[in-house]
Write a protein that binds this ligand. Sequence first.
Ligand code: FAD
Length: 560
Amino acid sequence: MSMTHPVPEGRRPEPVTVFGPDFPFAYDDWLAHPAGLGTVPGSAREAPVAVVGAGLAGMVAAYELMELGLRPVVYERSRIGGRLRSHEFAGADGVIAELGGMRFPVSGTSFFHYARRLGLTCVPFPNPLTEAAGSTVVDIGGQTYHGRTLAELPPEFTEVARAWDEALEEIGFAELQNAIRARDVETLKQRWDALVPLWDGRSFYDFVATSQAFSKLPFRHRELFGLVGFGTGGWDSDFPNSMLEILRVVVTNCDTNQQLVVGGAEQLPRRLWTLPVSERSPWPAGTTLASLHGGVPRAGVAAIGRGGDGLLVIRDRWGASGAYGAVLATCHSWLLTTQIECDESLFSQQLWMALDRTRYMQSSKTFVMVDRPFWKDVNPLTGLPVMGMTLTDRLTRGTYLFDNGPGRPAVICLTYSWMSDALKMLPYDIDQRVKLALDALGKIYPGIDIASHIVGDPVTVSWEDDPDFLGAFKGALPGHYRYNHRMYSHFMQAGRPPAERGMFMAGDDISFTPAWAEGAVQTALNAVWGVMTHFGGASHPDNPGPGDLYDKLAPLDLGD
Ligand SMILES: Cc1cc2nc3c(=O)[nH]c(=O)nc-3n(C[C@H](O)[C@H](O)[C@H](O)COP(=O)(O)OP(=O)(O)OC[C@H]3O[C@@H](n4cnc5c(N)ncnc54)[C@H](O)[C@@H]3O)c2cc1C
């Protein structure tokens, strides 16, 4: 790829960041402060803390707990990385398919804090209508349109984009976003907290359909919007979701300026595993998570309970037990009732309700490696590339093209779909999925023989089909704000009964921004603060942590 550049330097690569809106704490500043995240008393040094799951949240938390001088003990059922899963095609050096998270908005400044620290390189993600995609093809209702930019598509598409901007403005979008840009907590809380009760009970589709901007336009514009949406395309799968969730995405710019991690996003959790502690840490220089574990995480967790001495007890799937002052669970919350025998007394019944009612979305992807980026060949009749990043109402929904540079095989994500479109793929094996996708693409590109370019073995995933996940990511439904609130605020444990203390949670499903790795990092940092204070530690007075400022910044409590 010709546009390679290092992860942006500097504290805030872009003025709009994932700063709230529910809990506007500056995680990037907390991380960047020379005083570090805090300290634990000498008596707590090397105290073991169990971390369930070696995904991004688990690795960030484990690394920072080690920095504090605690001894994280990471349990993982399958592989380090979790939903940052970069599949390397056999026989091709470093040619990968991102089966989980693949595009990371630069507004996720805590995510990029670690990406930078770990020396990762990023390039713009080939999203629809971006320069990185080269050309975009929209195929809807049997008609196919080509364009490099929005302006090159028929005027209807510009009308749709304008209607979306106007619809957002009907609820004061610019002021809200400006408050985020300025990190003006007072204005942000005032504006956001007013929207929460208004929109918690209403869906994304409700928002679109009842907006003045879309009401003026024919139904077709709504269909086009569902297909092309904003930023990444394909948003009609989210139409039933809570509008608050969609608003968070757009107001924090999670949908724009997204980067792809060269060599795979899985490198983030993997490199954290081998990153030595800083000079600040009480651990000897050179200590890493890998060295504390003898090179490999513990086996998957089968049970979590509490022993007679008050310590939390973990039993792994092979029967080995360990006792811990604190446990941090980062697996999907449904696994606490399906896969892990979790003592019911560890959470309140209200929280169990939230953990179980949380809704996970389905998602499926199928990738092939191809001999070369043949899609760049120019069609002499049209003067356009023969194929482009493709959005369609057909089975494939989103097709993404990855050029790995000259002389290297390229990769096509034949289909990336969510919800009912993902369920259509669920029963089929990989060859059948490839065939279904090629058949659909054949209708859009009748003259192109994609199959003739395929090399190596294809790869596919259905996250809902994996007992270690049961879904791709949370997608909150209308009325779920209170569940989000209960889960998110759980790291504040001072007022909880003793039976519910010491058990922490993190992950993008615990955050208000599910499906974004930034939410996994931010909630991991909340949990680090929670564990640190649970062991009698504290943040540095010059660098207060999320819990220190909680009362001032707390997400709106709607009451039950
Ligand atoms: C299809 C898809 C697309 C995505 N796209 C994007 C994107 O474009 N941009 C973005 O920012 N984010 C994206 N995400 C979200 C991103 O991948 C996640 O936010 C991030 O990887 C979550 O990390 P986590 O640590 O919270 O959870 P996970 O990565 O799920 O980690 C949890 C870990 O717990 C382990 N586990 C489960 N059960 C047990 C057990 N019993 N014992 C021990 N361990 C257990 C699991 O194996 C897993 O490794 C996407 C996710 C998916 C699935």
